[in-house]
Design a protein around this ligand. Structure first.
Ligand SMILES: [Zn+2]
Length: 326
């Protein structure tokens, strides 16, 4: 375990305020998530023990080496657990990161946390280290608006009230909200997975619009991390990964909902370095084309690349979805 280097780092396209730009994501190596109950979470694989301020300083410095930030408008700091849990990432470490970000030409910094550790005071303290023109995006794994899916199937331990409180904190600290939405939780068919994700995005937009805050949704087509309960379900054949067409359909339908939150859709996962057969996929003929189209969409927020896609396997998917939804 190397505490002086980030768990991994990714540069990828996204759309920020109508502009195509890139994000630099530094996945910090921090102690394991204290909550640790979500059935699909493999972030323990990114965790380290006894991570101190000086380790975080080295992780950051090593992480930004060779980046000139001319085409990067945003920096993301996922951790193995919650950014605002003081026992996982110290106050000094957080303050260090925000102070360093204030020297970068980025306008947004994203951090992820469970609601249990988040307070307005903590966010306000963080903001003191940033420049006035920089904004914090607070990200949370909502996964599904359905209480049974979210808390019984996935065991997120997050009430809707908690999510709404999270949105209030965004409002009171002038922060942006980012909600992760999982595509195809266990027990859902492909057709149900479409409905679940679209309904969840609709809920996120409604909560944000009611408060007048800016929100984004990041869809995560399910993948299978090692050592998780989900992996057992997958290996036993009980769980089947979603087709990429399901994600394409969700993106198309969510775009129609996003009129008050333009440029707010992101599809994650394709740039994380995980074994290929444990990802959402279609067929070998169209996989890379569909993944590329989704990546392009992340930057442009324009559906035309997705509208053009076709393959024999799409007809099969359509039949499956139609059959299921009857
Ligand atoms: Zn295909």
């Amino acid at each position: 375990m190397d505490n002086n280097n980030v768990a991994y780092k990714i540069k990828s396209a996204l759309n920020q305020n109508g502009e195509q730009t890139n994000r630099l994501m530094l996945v910090l190596r921090t102690p394991p998530c204290e909550y640790k109950q979500c059935i699909m979470c493999g972030f323990d694989n990114n965790a380290g023990e006894n991570v101190r301020l000086q380790n975080i300083q080295r992780q950051y410095q090593n992480g930004i080496t060779e980046e000139n930030f001319s085409d990067i408008k945003r920096i993301d700091f996922p951790t193995a657990g919650s950014f605002y849990n003081d026992r996982e990432l110290s106050i000094e470490s957080r303050n260090y990161l925000f102070f360093e970000v204030s020297k970068l030409p980025v306008d947004t910094v994203m951090v992820e946390t469970r609601i249990d550790y988040l307070t307005e005071e903590k966010v306000k303290e963080s903001k003191r280290y940033l420049r006035k023109d920089q904004i914090i995006e607070l990200a949370v794994g909502l996964e599904s608006v359905d209480d049974i899916i979210r808390n019984k199937v996935l065991r997120k331990g997050l009430k809707k009230k908690g999510f709404e409180h999270f949105a209030d904190i965004c409002n009171n600290t002038n922060s942006q909200l980012l909600a992760y939405i999982l595509i195809k939780s266990p027990t859902l068919s492909e057709a149900e997975a479409v409905e679940d994700a679209v309904r969840t995005a609709d809920y996120v937009y409604r909560i944000a619009n009611e408060r007048g805050i800016k929100a984004r949704v990041a869809f995560k087509p399910m993948f299978i991390p090692e050592g998780t309960e989900l992996e057992e379900q997958y290996l036993s054949g009980e769980y089947k990964l979603p087709k990429l067409w399901t994600t394409v359909e969700i993106v198309k339908r969510t775009t129609k909902l996003a009129s008050y939150q333009p440029n707010s859709i992101f599809v994650g996962m394709f740039d994380e370095d995980l074994s290929g057969d444990r990802f959402s996929s279609n067929c070998y003929k169209c996989n890379s084309e569909v993944v590329d189209a989704l990546k392009i969409f992340n930057g442009t927020q324009d559906l035309s690349e997705l509208e053009r896609l076709s393959c024999e396997c799409k007809t099969e998917w359509e039949q499956e979805v139609r059959g299921e939804s009857k």
